[in-house]
Design a binder for this molecule. Sequence first.
Ligand SMILES: Nc1ncnc2c1ncn2[C@@H]1O[C@H](COP(=O)(O)OP(=O)(O)OP(=O)(O)O)[C@@H](O)[C@H]1O
Length: 330
Amino acid sequence: MNDVSILEQARQKLPAELAERLQSLTAGKERWVAVLDVAALGGAERDAAMGDVRAAILSLAGAPGDVQIIATSERTAPASMHKPVMIAVGSGKGGVGKSTLTANLAVALAKSGVSVGVVDADIYGPSQPMLFGTTGEKPEARDEKLVPIASEHGVSLLSMGHLVAQGKALAWRGPMAGKALAQLIDAHWDADVVLVDLPPGTGDVQISMLQHFRPDGAIIVSTPQDLALIDAVRAGQLFDQGDIPIIGLVENMASYVCPNCGEVSDPFGSGGIEAAAERLDLPFLGRIPLSIAIRKDSDAGSPPALGDTPDGRAFAAIAQKLAAWLDKRG
Ligand SMILES: Nc1ncnc2c1ncn2[C@@H]1O[C@H](COP(=O)(O)OP(=O)(O)OP(=O)(O)O)[C@@H](O)[C@H]1O
């Protein structure tokens, strides 16, 4: 069954006003994801609309046991008119959790009703397809532009990993990487916000990419280790050079809570990024714990931000600060 036919079937089960509000319905492996326009509905009306849509979808033949309804408060403009707010997520060095943060911030924002896309610009190790469970899928092109892939977590996605085989782009120089990134950015985005997972570091490739796509803001992630911290500060200078507003710093792999005894320890130290933010007069957006569940869920293509767990809530808290920044920007 294709996505158009399930969308039509679901609409037929709904009153016309509600059918019109149901914007998309995507069949994922484990669950279906619906996007519902709730503009101008009060709290109770909105809950009732979401309940009716959920019931209609679950009554369809072939529906899974679970359906996620994403409420958006704006009717989606045609792709050609749409210019999403672009936010870069960078880090001074690799392996600090930049991709994990990008994916989970996107999911947490989508859960709160924002329509979100992710561009995976990390040519050294594109990991968003794995994080979103879309490995091996290829984006289609329309009018010579790519159409982002809809993941089953309510976030659409384009990755360097969709354009080149793993490891092939490693030798790219800055301008080539910038050109490839332009294809991912200048695509048929149907989202209000697009988070861009940059390659780690502060070299030529990153500078060229930033010059090409001029993000509206940047988030820098680091672990509390001193070395990573120094690198994160350097990444901050990279954005400063390009005059790109820094939305704030995030500390990843902070305190570890032992899943057996509950004891809290700080294997990489703690609080360093918050102190650095204060020193640099930058906002501190929050910390994500070092958690085995984050790694396991990420490897399994099920972003932890989907769940109402301490890990999920840590991502949601940072997403709220990002949403506040977006609101302020207007
Ligand atoms: N808070 C965390 N707790 C436990 N594991 C984590 C956490 N954050 C990230 N990881 C794990 O650390 C590894 C590196 O994370 P990730 O790929 O997000 O880093 P990155 O900075 O994007 O790396 P790269 O530079 O290679 O792209 C992954 O296996 C990921 O699952």
